[in-house]
Design a protein. Structure first.
Length: 865
């Protein structure tokens, strides 16, 4: 396969104004008749070249005359014509039940469903399957009435009828122009939950949620979340929904989280269904976030879409930023910010350090589905956030308003967005645009000097970005770097002769910057990168006293948390490098700081819970040049044990204080459960005499999944027999519910056990496991590869081999899912030479496969270079 380059973009040779589609649904032989109104775009005599893949072409007619002199290959249908405006009718045949890729039209769990982004529409019909061809669609669906009472597509229902043979039909019309990737069709037998929303201009919007039969009660949270999202977008961005109906369908077989098809979102049921018994607080949170995300796409993605797929971050970075703001407004801003930053530090920094490094606007793509990444999404959102910081709340809103004023109904570029932000505010973003083309994680090194005699304090900021696999040369970026200086009382120092200090922000644009503050009586403590104002790493030689000072006094809650994490990291790395000579003084000061954090539990429980948690192995891995797997893993465990044992009384007291009534998903109770389960986990890790009793009591009395799962997660650190017993009971109770069983699968796959590789096959042959279902695959294989540190990275290479075996199996079932779970293998660069070799060996084995999908070819080839 050949890569497409961003620089090769050309406007389409033809445009399509209207599409009429007729579907005759059948499990093995679905017929699709697509009639398009086409016009030549400009003066040229090139043929009409349509995309099409894995479908059977039945017939082609141009202006109602059948034609046969077209040329056809595996990917394209070319038609030579001299007409400049014409009607093209294409009939295709599809086998939806054979389609395990879950892209295009597929049949699963008794229902038909489509997924077209990025390039799945071409698996339905021959078409100009690119986002800059926008058309209006009419869609008529025929299917058996009894089995498929609900026939859905985008827009408004404009007709329906009944045939004598038991089939019925429904016709839909979408009044908005849209690219083919936003097309959707669903047919099945569902339970339907309805509600309505009155927009700010007084229009009534019908809300419809389609779920599996019997799951109606689990839909209320999703509907409530949707209404919150609709109200929030009106309030914060002045954006109102534009159709009279908004449909959401939950399906069990889905490659990702959800899809923002116009007026007809399709969701992974994991991000819709919830009740207290079966869903955790995190599930409730994620449902609200994903429902919000897809809803926000209606403006940022659907009304204004991407010109080409290299611009994906135009809609994804912006929409992630919007969903992050929404979630922050719905609950605790600091807790949300911490979550966002953890994703960047655990996964995006790792991507930058790997063979898959790419800018938020990639330059070269073989398989577009490989670029729905943490870089495009989450770093993309950080880039939008930096503009928000530079422009301010009002400036940002003005920019977004201008963006819609200019581009509503069009397919545009990231540059168009930035230009609108600049034009609306007169803030020069020329240099800032480099964030779109430069990949990698910048490092800002900060040093300082203090001259006691004159009271002069100088801070020096130096930025540099290490080369990445895709790009050797790096330039200085425009970085909004927030900071403050704390005096010994913990007050933030101000000095109106130093504008950066007053603004608590310096805009770094060159390799080096310096600022000087005079007249200080003592050396201040700099609190750096407040609120994580840019997606960079910071290096400053903090003493542990300074970190403790920031933990107590920074005016920025995020930075208080961040300092706590630096302190833990320091302890863990110090123990990992010198396990035999622990730095007692450092550990003591850490323990003093930790014991102080307990005092926050009443006033700021969300922050307290985050501060009392040590950094993940993934975060720690990105802080070192070479990951020493066992040493780092055990050091992290030891520090947690130290915190657990040294403060066992505090943990017990904290546990006992978290009293909640019957389950409710509200901020106070969520915080309490979080602190309760965190305490429980430390009590078990610290081998507290009460641990077993508490585990069993909580397991027996829990009226909700958060507390039940909290028990299992904590029990991992306790006696094996007890853990096994609890897991057994859990499975007995939940084996009928696949979404809950996924949690059980994931816990199993993460277990720290020497025989883990003998246990995984048992999970994979579990009667509820299926390689066809992405949620199951992610729970077992994904959890193992991403999070089972000792198992996956076993020094005999068995973990790598195990994953590779299954990637080869998945290659022929679902290439998108295979290409996702291969990620940990593509991140070999930071491991020791022995492991690097073992990981590359498995990558090479995969590369040898003669029938490898484009998805895997792209990732494997890059990784082996
Ligand atoms: N836009 C979709 C993702 C499509 C992924 C295609 N492989 C969901 C989202 O970001 O909202
Ligand atoms: Zn999205």
């Amino acid at each position: 396969p050949v890569a497409k380059k961003r620089s090769d973009y050309q406007t389409p040779d033809f445009l399509i104004s209207h599409v009429d589609m007729v579907f005759h649904l059948d499990v093995v032989k679905t017929r699709v008749i697509t009639t398009s109104q086409i016009t030549r775009n400009g003066q040229h005599d090139r043929p009409l070249v349509l995309d099409g893949e894995s479908i059977k072409l039945v017939s082609v007619a141009l202006n109602e005359d059948a034609i046969h002199d077209y040329s056809l290959n595996d990917e394209q249908l070319s038609i030579q014509t001299t007409e400049s405006t014409f009607t093209l009718c294409v009939e295709t045949e599809i086998n939806p039940s054979e389609n395990k890729t879950l892209e295009g039209l597929y049949f699963s769990a008794g229902a038909y469903c489509t997924q077209c982004e990025a390039e799945g529409f071409r698996k339905i019909t021959y078409f100009l399957d690119r986002p800059d061809v926008l058309a209006k669609y009419d869609v008529t669906i025929f299917a058996d009435k009894e089995r498929y009472p609900h026939l859905l597509s985008n827009g408004n229902q404009i007709g329906k009828g009944q045939l004598d043979d038991g089939r019925h039909w429904v016709k839909w019309q979408d009044p908005f122009n849209k690219p083919s990737y936003l097309f959707a069709l669903v047919a099945g037998d569902f339970d339907l939950l309805t509600d309505n929303f009155i927009t700010q201009s007084g229009r009534n919007v019908l809300l419809e949620l389609y779920v599996d039969k019997g799951a109606l009660d689990k839909g209320h949270h999703a509907i409530a979340s949707l209404k919150k999202a609709m109200a929030w977008d009106e309030e914060v961005f002045g954006l109102e929904y534009d159709l009279d109906i908004y449909m959401v369908v939950a399906v069990d077989f889905f490659n990702m989280g959800a899809m923002e098809n116009k007026g007809l979102n399709v969701f992974n049921s994991k991000f819709v269904l919830a009740d207290a018994q079966s869903a955790t607080d995190d599930d409730f949170f994620n449902i609200e976030a994903v429902i919000g995300h897809e809803y926000f796409h209606n403006w940022t993605g659907n009304r204004v879409t991407c010109r080409d797929w290299f611009q994906l971050s135009l809609k994804e970075g912006l929409t992630v930023f919007r969903d992050q703001q929404f979630s922050a407004d719905m609950s605790s801003p600091v807790f949300n910010r911490i979550k966002n930053v953890q994703i960047i530090r655990e996964h995006q920094f790792a991507e930058d350090a790997s063979a898959m490094a790419h800018p938020i606007r990639p330059e070269e793509v073989i398989e577009m589905n490989n670029f729905y990444t943490v870089t495009v999404y989450d770093k993309g959102a950080e880039v939008i956030r930096m503009m928000h910081t530079l422009l301010g709340v009002d400036g940002f809103r003005k920019g977004v308003d201008l963006y819609f004023e200019r581009f509503d109904g069009q397919a545009v570029t990231c540059d168009d967005f930035v230009q609108a932000m600049q034009d609306a505010t007169d803030i020069d973003l020329t240099h800032f645009r480099l964030w779109y083309s430069q990949s990698g994680t910048p490092k800002v090194t900060v040093t300082d000097t203090f001259e006691q005699s004159s009271g002069r304090y100088t801070l020096t900021f130096t930025q540099s970005t290490p080369p990445t696999a895709d790009q050797a040369q790096k330039h200085a970026l425009h970085i909004p770097f927030k900071f403050e200086l704390l005096d010994q009382q913990g007050m933030s120092i101000s000095d109106d002769s130093v504008p950066e200090l007053e603004a608590k922000m310096i805009e770094l644009t060159q390799a080096k910057h310096e600022i000087t503050v005079s007249g200080l009586s003592e050396k201040p403590t700099p609190s750096l990168l407040l609120n994580f104002s840019a997606p960079v790493k910071v290096d400053y030689p903090y003493s542990h006293q300074q970190l403790s000072h920031i933990i107590l006094h920074s005016s920025d809650e995020f930075s208080r948390w961040d300092a706590s994490q630096s302190l833990y990291s320091r302890c863990i790395h110090s123990l990992a490098t010198a396990p035999d000579s622990p730095d007692e003084e450092l550990f003591d000061s850490m323990l003093v700081a930790v014991s102080g954090m307990f005092e926050l539990a009443d006033s700021n429980p969300a922050l307290a819970a985050a501060m009392l948690s040590v950094p993940s192995f993934e975060t720690l891995s990105q802080q070192v040049d070479e990951i020493q797997v066992e040493a780092l893993y055990h050091a992290q465990r030891s520090i947690r044990n130290l915190i657990a044992t040294s403060l066992s009384e505090k943990w017990l007291a904290l546990y006992n204080k978290q009293i909640t009534g019957p389950y409710q998903y509200d901020a106070d109770d969520v915080d309490k459960r979080r602190l309760r389960n965190l305490s429980l986990s430390y009590l078990v890790q610290g081998d507290s005499p009460q641990a077993s009793e508490l585990l069993l009591a909580q397991f027996a009395s829990a009226d909700n999944m958060t507390d039940s799962l909290g028990v299992l997660k904590a029990a991992q650190y306790g006696p094996v027999d007890q853990f096994d017993h609890l897991m057994f009971q859990f499975e007995e109770r939940w084996r009928h519910d696949p979404l809950v069983l996924d949690k059980w699968f994931a816990l199993h796959a993460n277990m720290e056990r020497s025989d883990i590789l003998a246990r995984l096959p048992l999970l994979l042959s579990h009667e509820k496991f299926s390689l066809d279902n992405p949620n199951r695959v992610r729970s077992v294989l994904g959890s193992f590869a991403f999070y089972n540190v000792l198992g996956f990275h076993a020094i005999d290479g068995s973990g790598y081999q195990f994953l590779a075996d299954y990637i080869l199996k998945l290659n022929s079932v679902n290439p998108q899912v295979a290409a996702r779970i291969i990620t940990p293998l593509t991140q070999w660069q930071k491991f020791d030479p022995k492991r690097q070799e073992l990981m590359r060996y498995q990558l090479a084995r995969i590369a040898d496969c003669k029938t490898l999908s484009k998805d895997l070819i792209e990732k494997v080839t890059k990784s082996l270079n």
